[in-house]
Write a protein that binds this ligand. Structure first.
Ligand SMILES: *Cc1c(COP(=O)(O)O)cnc(C)c1O
Length: 344
């Protein structure tokens, strides 16, 4: 049996591709890849990957081997950022288009002993997240491996801080020591730091999906547009309150609509009394606390809005992040699976 969903995620495929072309142009002579981990940042990797592959993207990045398996039907080269655990080895050796990004000496040993083919390597240059110590790499840990991409990851590329140049310098210092075919450093924000950071391959993620994480990325367009159906319209009398813990109280009689959209769908409690939706051009402010599956909106300015109508949630990532206190990354990857996802 099937039933239509009372909430939708409209996805702008043209904007996705345009954003990749923007990042590719900003990457200059470097190839431009795409981070598609966490199911394409919540939008659906199965729809994202073929669109970007058709546009010319040849380097995709996911986090786990379960994600690599899901991408295998697309036949595109995939680098698995978390490397290979012992439990991943069978899959890692069997998937022809996927290669691990080795992060630890144990992973390097495991890959070498299994006679795995080409791999990528992550070296830590100061973030202290995943990656090999630069000293281990300089001491010859990787000797004899066939390395496609030697990469590192910037911790603060969305800020103008000295750490960026320090990380750049640390990668440059290893350049001649490691016989990698290609070097890679920049995520989305890193691309905006300029040509010194581009090397052979860039790895944008959030900018492809609409995240303007630095002012230089202002040309990036919104991709994901959530909307939800109105389930009820009611009048809240002056002095009455709305929602859990009564955090909003009407100062005058107020027209309120309840939409089928809540924190279980990714509309976090940070939007309580702060978010907005839209019907046509009219803004509908969120009233009271966001519930698990419901949100109340002030519909006083739209007498015609009622049960069965659809409203669009304001989801420009920078504005929504500022309103809710969550990052653009959390906003996208938090979008739940109750939406009907519609690509156009
Ligand atoms: C997620 C990730 C990216 C993409 O980062 P954005 O900030 O989304 O552009 C690139 N490289 C690595 C190693 C990542 O983990």
């Amino acid at each position: 049996m099937e039933v239509s969903a009372p909430l939708r995620l409209d996805l702008d495929g043209d904007a996705l591709v345009a954003n990749w072309r923007t990042m590719a142009a900003m990457s200059g002579s470097a190839a431009c890849g795409a981070a598609v981990k966490a199911d394409g940042y919540g939008l659906g990797a199965a729809a994202v990957v073929p669109r970007l592959a058709a546009a010319g993207c040849r380097d995709f990045f996911c986090a786990t081997w379960a994600e690599a398996i899901a991408l295998a039907p697309h036949g595109v080269p995939v680098a698995v950022l978390h490397g290979v655990r012992a439990a991943d080895m069978d899959v890692a050796l069997a998937l022809p288009a996927a290669r691990p990004v080795l992060n630890t000496p144990a992973q390097v040993r495991r890959w070498r002993e299994a006679g795995g083919g080409a791999c990528d390597v992550m070296v830590d240059t100061g973030m202290n997240r995943l990656g090999l110590a630069a000293e281990d790499v300089a001491a010859g840990l990787l000797d004899g491996l066939t390395i496609d991409v030697l990469m590192s990851h910037l911790a603060c590329a969305d800020e103008d801080v000295p750490a960026n140049a320090r990380q750049l310098g640390a990668l440059l210092a290893l350049r001649d020591r490691v016989p990698a075919r290609r070097l890679s450093l920049a995520n989305s924000a890193g691309v905006a730091l300029g040509p010194d950071y581009h090397f052979d391959l860039t790895r944008p993620g959030i900018a492809l999906y609409g995240g303007v994480v630095r002012p230089e990325l202002a040309g990036v367009r919104q991709v994901a547009y959530p909307s939800a159906e109105v389930l009820q319209r009611r009048t809240v009398r002056a002095g009455e309150s709305v929602g859990y813990n009564a955090t909003w109280t009407a100062t005058c009689d107020t027209e309120v609509v309840l939409i089928n959209f809540g924190y279980a769908d990714g509309y976090g409690c940070g939007f309580s009394n702060r978010g907005t939706a839209r019907f046509g051009d009219t803004a509908l402010p969120v009233l009271g606390r966001v519930s698990m599956d419901l949100t109340a909106l002030d519909a006083s300015d739209v007498p015609s809005l009622g049960e069965g109508d659809w409203v669009t949630i304001d989801f420009d990532l920078i504005a929504a992040a500022a309103a809710s206190g969550r990052s653009p990354y959390e906003l996208l990857t938090g979008l739940g699976d109750r939406f009907e996802r519609r690509w156009r």
